[in-house]
Ligand binder design. Structure first.
Ligand code: NAD
Ligand code: UDP
Length: 339
């Protein structure tokens, strides 16, 4: 089976490709490098010990995508290409709506043209409305997104659902990721933010190596055990096995299926910082600051449906993720000083 991975040079894409190749799938990937580097493709090939065709291409290019789908006889697409910075989506909404929605429509157009009928989409827990009880199940209310990025995921889910209603032989799995963290255990691939990171883990990692002066902890007065925000942090390699499970699942299903990819357990900001300090053997400079507007106190997944129907569950711990992130961050640091 041959799988086309869009956004294949990105953080999650590179780990998904490694897992698919390890499981014996053929992979073809594309990326426009708007938030990644050519080097990530080289690193992914190194970690996999395998080659795969890669195209520098914008997924908004319908003809370009159709050419790939036909040339490689693609059976299934994993659509990860997209812009993902929440804060940037507030200041550049049109860029986010345009890129994330047009790329999805272009991809579906090319898939229709080439009769490719299986799709896996990288959605997010941000599609859930902020007024739900925890844990969030796939049945929890969606909408009321707090930023344009979240709305693009919400709208893409709707577009794929409508497309699937119109094409009975088309099947799609919408994967709602919680908080992906960590890196490949080799330390060869990981998250490589181009700007100052928004997310907690890359911020901790860059503070640890002195790239950033200090971590700001957004609030310690939440109604949580230590007062800091609680999230469901999932190791990116577990996320990758979740995608492989979704590929198998698509063989037996039609229509739209939705799955949370999380661990089902929450960890606080302070717990993650402490785990990282232990893994790295150093102290992270940090200060408590005001809450970040729009943040929830607690957010974690119900993983029952994924366990039951995908036969998948996350195995790695936040300690594993911290050790792997630290290895990756040190490797990156070493490489950058050799350039
Ligand atoms: P990433 O930025 O590392 O990877 C996305 C890749 O898509 C980048 O390499 C970028 O260059 C590419 N890209 C963007 N627009 C493109 C286009 N029009 N054509 C071709 N390539 C394009 O991000 P990631 O963390 O690997 O996320 C992958 C997907 O998962 C994204 O859609 C993101 O929204 C979603 N997601 C990520 C998280 C997270 O916390 N990392 C959480 C939930 C959902
Ligand atoms: N957070 C923080 N400092 C940072 C970044 C994040 O204290 O520099 C907190 C944030 O308030 C939340 C948690 O870390 O409680 C996870 O934030 P992230 O942005 O990584 O994920 P999201 O909020 O999108 O779930």
């Amino acid at each position: 089976m041959t799988i086309f991975v869009t956004g294949g040079a990105g953080y999650i894409g590179s780990h998904v490709i490694v897992e698919l190749l390890a499981q014996g799938y053929d992979v073809v990937a594309a990326d426009n490098f708007s938030n990644s580097k050519q080097e990530a493709v080289w690193r992914t090939r190194q970690v996999s010990g395998a080659d795969f065709p890669f195209y520098e291409m914008d997924i908004c290019d319908v003809d370009g995508v159709a050419t790939i789908l036909t040339a490689h006889e693609i059976d299934c697409v994993i659509h990860l290409a997209g812009l993902k910075a929440v804060g940037e989506s507030v200041s550049k909404p049109l860029e986010y709506y345009s890129n994330n929605i047009v790329s999805t429509i272009s991809l579906l157009t090319a898939m229709e043209e080439c009769a490719v009928r299986k799709l896996i989409f990288s959605s997010s827990a941000t599609v859930y409305s902020g007024d739900n009880e925890m844990p969030l199940s796939e049945e929890s209310r969606t909408g009321n997104c707090t930023n344009p990025y979240g709305w693009t995921k919400f709208m893409c889910e709707q577009i794929m659902t409508d497309f699937s209603k119109a094409h009975k032989d088309f099947s799609v799995v919408l994967l709602r990721y919680f908080n992906p963290i960590g890196a490949h255990s080799s330390g060869m691939i990981g998250e490589d933010p181009q700007d100052i990171p928004n997310n907690l883990m890359p911020y901790i990692a860059q503070t640890a190596v002195g790239q950033l002066p200090s971590l700001s902890i957004f609030g310690d007065d939440y109604d949580t055990p230590d007062g800091t925000g609680v999230r469901d942090y999932i190791h990116v390699s577990d996320l990758a096995t979740g995608h492989a499970a979704a590929v198998d699942y698509l063989d037996t299903q039609s229509g739209v299926s939705i799955f949370n990819l999380g661990t089902g357990k929450g960890a606080s900001v302070l717990e993650l910082v402490t785990a990282f300090e232990k893994a790295a053997g150093l102290k992270i400079p940090k200060k408590i600051v005001a809450r970040r507007p729009g943040d929830l106190a607690v957010c974690y997944a119900s993983t029952e449906k994924a366990k039951r129907e995908l036969g998948w569950e996350a195995k790695k711990t936040i300690e594993d993720a911290c050790a792997d992130t630290w290895r990756w961050q040190q490797n990156k640091q070493r490489d950058s000083t050799h350039v």
